[in-house]
Design a protein around this ligand. Structure first.
Ligand SMILES: [Mg+2]
Length: 296
C-alpha cells in the first residue's frame, strides 16, 4: 500500500527531471590555448603598442617571483605596471577579444554538448585567468556572457583600471568551479574540466580528488601527468573524444558516426602514450667506481 499516494505530489523539480531525464554535467573550460591558439595577453599587449619582447620580459619576470597565481601575471601588470595601466581601457580589452584567433568549431562543441548527446546534457562554461572583457568579446555570439568567468577589474571615471575584483587564475579557478557547482546544484563527480597550462594545475588536482574528469589539451609537462586524459587537436571538437569515451561511454565507431552525421570527418585519430625521459650519466656512481679503482 502506498501511504504517500494521496499527499505526496511530485515537486516542480522532480517533474522537470521526469520530463528531461538527462544526466546533467558541467564542462568547464580554460580559454587561452584551450579554445584559442595564442595567449590573449600577447594580443592585448600588441594592441597597446607594447612589444612582444617587453610583454614576455615583464610576464616571465612576474611568473618567476610567484607573487601572483599562475596565469594571473597579466592581471597584475594591467593594474600595477605603469605602461599597461596608463594605456589599457575597456575598449582595448574588447578589441583584443575580437583579434584572438579561436579554435574552429567552438559553436558546434557548445551545441553538441547541450543537445546532441543522448541522455546527457552538458552546460558549457569558460573559466579563464584572462580579463573577462577579452574572453566575452572573443566568444560573443558563441557562448553566453553569463557562462564566462574571468578576471574582473573595476574602472574609474576615466576608464582606467582602479582595482582587481577577482582573479580566476591558479587557485582562483578552484574557487570558481566550486561556486559554479554550488550555484547549479550539481555534484563534483559531474564536472569535466579542460585546460592546457600551469594555471590549470590546482583546479585539475581539485576536480580529480572530487571524482570529476580532467582533460589536458597540451603536452604541458606539469599538466599531462595530472589530467585523466590528454588530447591534442586543432579543432575545439577534439575535446569531445575523451568526453564521449570516458564520461558518456561511447566507442570509437559511435563517435565517428556522430561526427559523420554532422558532416565532419575524423581524418586522423592516433592514440599514443608518451613517456618523457631525460637520461644522464650517474656521476655519483661513477665517482664511487673510480674511488674503488684507485683503492684497488
Ligand atoms: Mg590556457
Amino acid at each position: 500500500m502506498n501511504l504517500y499516494r494521496q499527499d505526496h505530489q511530485p515537486g516542480p523539480e522532480s517533474m522537470i527531471e521526469r520530463a528531461h531525464p538527462k544526466k546533467r554535467f558541467i564542462l568547464a573550460s580554460d580559454f587561452d590555448q584551450t579554445l584559442s591558439f595564442n595567449d590573449s595577453g600577447y594580443v592585448l599587449a600588441e594592441l597597446l603598442g607594447i612589444s612582444v619582447a617587453e610583454f614576455e620580459r615583464k610576464a616571465n619576470g612576474m611568473a618567476k617571483l610567484n607573487l601572483v597565481q599562475q596565469g594571473g601575471e597579466l592581471a597584475y601588470l594591467l593594474l600595477h605596471d605603469p605602461e599597461f595601466r596608463s594605456k589599457a581601457r575597456p575598449e582595448h580589452l574588447y578589441e583584443a577579444g575580437k583579434r584572438v584567433r579561436l579554435k574552429p568549431n567552438i559553436d558546434l562543441l557548445y551545441r553538441f554538448l547541450s543537445e546532441e548527446v543522448a541522455g546527457h546534457h552538458f552546460d558549457f562554461y569558460v573559466i579563464s585567468a584572462g580579463p573577462v572583457e577579452v574572453i566575452r568579446s572573443a566568444l560573443e555570439g558563441i557562448i553566453p556572457a553569463d557562462h564566462i568567468y574571468g578576471t574582473e577589474f573595476e574602472y574609474n571615471a576615466q576608464g582606467e583600471i582602479e582595482r582587481i575584483l577577482q582573479v580566476t587564475a591558479g587557485y582562483g579557478k578552484v574557487a570558481a568551479v566550486d561556486q559554479l557547482l554550488e550555484k547549479l546544484k550539481i555534484g563534483p563527480d559531474r564536472l569535466v574540466y579542460v585546460g592546457d597550462g600551469s594555471s590549470d594545475i590546482h583546479v585539475m588536482l581539485h576536480v580529480n580528488r572530487r571524482d570529476g574528469f580532467t582533460i589536458a589539451v597540451s603536452e604541458n609537462k606539469y599538466l599531462a601527468p595530472i589530467a585523466k586524459r590528454s588530447v591534442i587537436g586543432d579543432s575545439a571538437l577534439a575535446i569531445l573524444i575523451p568526453i564521449l569515451e570516458e564520461v558518456v561511454g561511447w566507442n570509437s565507431s559511435q563517435i565517428r558516426e556522430l561526427f559523420e552525421t554532422k558532416g565532419l570527418l575524423i581524418q586522423q585519430w592516433d592514440k599514443v602514450q608518451t613517456d618523457m625521459l631525460t637520461i644522464v650519466p650517474n656521476s655519483a656512481a661513477m665517482e664511487v667506481e673510480s674511488v674503488i679503482t684507485i683503492a684497488d
